[in-house]
Design a protein around this ligand. Structure first.
Ligand code: RP5
Length: 164
């Protein structure tokens, strides 16, 4: 199975990124985690991105906050799908990272999830890998069914509490 590359701009992004890591572990999807910054270590970010396909990656998740160029910079050097996670900040709440990540000019796409949306980034990466991995398609369907069941149970509890 191809790997998911998880890149973050700083170790301060790790509390959010760990949610993506945990989701990939739950699905037993192989991954690597790296800190590469578009600003502080641009050469390393470029080298990773240029070699990612040859190194067995199928999709890359890039998490960054503030003036978040990382996902776009990674996408610039690979034709693998890149998923951007805008990280919440203290001053502007992550809106600046969201807009920096999502507003890519035509030609270099970045699939952007919600601010701090690490779980969805992981799920989307698994959905992409599932195109060539039937086992992942099955696991995704099972998780959807389990999540649906949980919501139905919560609904039953609420209905019992308020509607009698
Ligand atoms: C971005 O700047 C990182 O992705 C992080 O979200 C933000 C702040 O980085 P630190 O100053 O905490 O290292 O490049």
């Amino acid at each position: 199975m191809k790997k998911v590359g998880i890149i973050m701009g700083s170790d301060s992004d790790l509390p959010v990124v760990e949610k993506a890591v945990n989701t990939l572990k739950e699905f037993e999807v192989p991954f690597e985690v790296h800190i590469f910054s578009a600003h502080r270590t641009p050469a390393e970010a470029k080298a990773f991105s240029e070699n990612a396909r040859a190194n067995g990656f199928g999709v890359i998740i890039a998490a960054a906050g503030m003036a978040a160029h990382l996902a776009g910079a990674i996408a610039a050097n690979t034709t693998l799908p890149v998923i951007g996670i805008p990280i919440k900040s203290q001053n502007l709440g992550g809106m600046e990272a969201l807009l920096s990540t999502v507003q890519m000019p035509s030609g270099i796409p970045v699939a952007t999830v919600a601010i701090d949306g690490a779980v969805n980034a992981a799920l989307l990466s698994i959905e992409i890998l599932s195109l060539s991995e039937p086992v992942l398609e099955k696991k995704l369907a099972e998780k959807r069914a389990a999540d649906t069941q949980k919501v139905l149970e919560k609904n039953s509890a609420i209905e019992d509490k308020f509607n009698n």
